[in-house]
Design a protein around this ligand. Structure first.
Ligand code: SF4
Ligand code: SF4
Ligand code: SF4
Length: 347
C-alpha cells in the first residue's frame, strides 16, 4: 500500500516500472516511513508506532539514497518525500555512490517508456521556462555589454559555496547504455551545485566541495567538451532557489530527451540566451566541426553563389545562443552576437 501512496504522489499511480525503482530503493518498512512524511522523526514514530531509533535509521538511509529530504541538512530532524519525479530522478542518480547498472537500467526503462514524455508535457505546460541557456564563457568573454548573469564565471564567483556531483542523466547513459558521446562522467563530474544545492550534496556525501578556481577550470573543460551551460531563468546572481548549473548534452540530458519524447521543440522547455551565432564565410573552411558540436541542429552547409566550397550557415530560429560552436571553431569563423535586449532575462 505504501508504494501506491508514493507512486500517486509522484503522479505515476499505474507505473509498474517506477514501482520497481521504489522497490529497489526501499523495502516495505522504509516505504511505509517515506509515505508517512512530511514529518519529524518523533511524528513519524508516533504515527506508525515504530521505534524512534528505527525511524531515524531508515530516514538517514533514504536521505543518503536521495529519496527523502531534510529541512535542515545538518540537523536532520524533519523530512519530506521527493517533491516530484525530477527531484527523485536527479537525487537518486546524481551521486558518486551510484554504480549499479541494474539500478540505472530500471531508470532508463521507466524514463524511456513513460518518464521523458510526461516530463516534457509537464515542463511545457508550466507557463514559464524554468531554465535558460547561458552562453559559453569563451564565446562571450571579448564581447561588449555582457551582463553579469549571462557570464557563467561571474555567476559562479557570486556563490558562497560550490560543489560538484556526477550528473544524474549521464550516470544512466554511462551505466545502462553506450555512454555519452561528448564527455566522460567517470573522468570528470559535470553537475555544478551552488548554495543550498552544494550544502545538500556535501552533507549527503553524493558529491564534493570544490574551490572557485576548480569550478572555473571545470567550466573551461566543460566548454572544450562541448556541453551547454544552463541556469535558472532569472537575472538574480544569487537566489536561494538556484541550486544547480547543469551542463547538458543532447545524448543524455533529461531536458533534451523530454522534448524529444514529448515531440516538442526545445524552446517549449528551455529559454534561449540573448545571443545568436553567425558565420564569417570568408574565414569558414566548411570543416563541419560546428555542425557536429551543435546540440540544436542549428547549423547547415550551403554553397555561396560563385563559390566551389561549402560554408556553414546558422539557422536563427533554431539557435539557442549556447556558443558551443564558437568554442570548437579553430578558424574563429563563427561568433555570437546579442540579438535580444537585457530585459529578455526575467528579474
Ligand atoms: S540536466 Fe543535464 S547536466 Fe543536469 S543532470 Fe541532466 S544531463 Fe546532467
Ligand atoms: S567550425 Fe568554423 S570553419 Fe568549420 S564549418 Fe564551422 S564555422 Fe566553418
Ligand atoms: S549554432 Fe548551435 S552551437 Fe552555435 S550557438 Fe547556436 S545553438 Fe549553440
Amino acid at each position: 500500500m505504501s508504494y501506491e501512496v508514493l507512486l500517486e504522489r509522484l503522479g505515476f499511480s499505474n507505473s509498474e516500472r517506477l514501482r520497481k525503482i521504489l522497490e529497489y530503493l526501499m523495502d516495505e518498512e522504509a516505504a511505509k516511513v517515506a509515505a508517512a512524511l512530511p514529518g519529524s522523526i518523533d511524528e513519524v514514530s508516533q504515527k506508525l508506532g515504530m521505534d524512534k531509533k528505527k525511524v531515524k535509521e531508515i530516514l538517514e538511509d533514504l536521505f543518503v539514497k536521495g529519496v527523502v529530504f531534510p529541512r535542515d541538512f545538518k540537523n536532520r530532524e524533519y523530512f519530506k518525500f521527493a517533491r516530484d519525479l525530477i527531484q527523485l530522478h536527479d537525487a537518486t542518480l546524481a551521486s558518486q555512490k551510484v554504480n549499479d547498472p541494474k539500478f540505472a537500467k530500471l531508470w532508463s526503462d521507466f524514463m524511456n517508456e513513460d518518464g521523458y514524455k510526461t516530463l516534457g508535457q509537464v515542463l511545457s505546460m508550466v507557463g514559464f521556462k524554468v531554465w535558460r541557456v547561458v552562453p559559453a564563457y569563451y564565446a562571450i568573454k571579448d564581447l561588449p555589454d555582457v551582463l553579469p548573469h549571462e557570464n557563467i564565471k561571474e555567476l559562479l564567483r557570486a556563490q558562497k559555496r560550490i560543489a560538484v556531483v556526477p550528473c544524474s542523466c549521464r550516470n544512466v547513459t554511462k551505466l545502462a547504455s553506450d555512454g555519452c558521446r561528448y564527455t566522460d562522467e567517470e573522468r570528470t563530474w559535470h553537475c555544478i551545485q551552488v548554495g543550498r544545492g552544494a550544502d545538500y550534496v556535501i552533507e549527503r556525501g553524493s558529491g564534493k566541495e570544490i574551490s572557485l578556481e576548480e569550478a572555473l577550470k571545470l567550466i573551461d573543460e566543460i566548454e572544450r567538451d562541448g556541453l551547454v551551460h544552463t541556469w535558472a531563468n532569472t537575472s538574480k546572481m544569487v537566489d536561494p532557489k538556484v541550486t544547480v548549473n547543469c551542463n547538458c548534452c543532447s545524448d543524455c540530458c533529461e531536458f533534451f530527451l523530454s522534448a524529444r519524447y514529448a515531440e516538442l521543440g526545445m524552446l517549449s522547455i528551455i529559454e534561449k540566451s540573448r545571443y545568436e551565432a553567425f558565420v564569417d564565410v570568408e574565414k569558414c573552411t566548411g570543416c563541419q566541426t560546428c555542425i557536429e558540436r551543435c546540440h540544436f541542429d542549428a547549423i547547415e552547409l550551403f554553397k555561396p553563389e560563385g563559390s566551389k566550397k561549402f560554408k556553414a550557415k546558422v539557422i536563427p530560429e533554431k539557435c539557442f545562443g549556447c556558443g558551443v560552436c564558437v568554442v570548437g571553431c579553430k578558424q574563429g569563423a563563427i561568433k555570437l552576437k546579442a540579438v535580444r535586449p537585457p530585459e529578455f532575462i526575467p528579474p
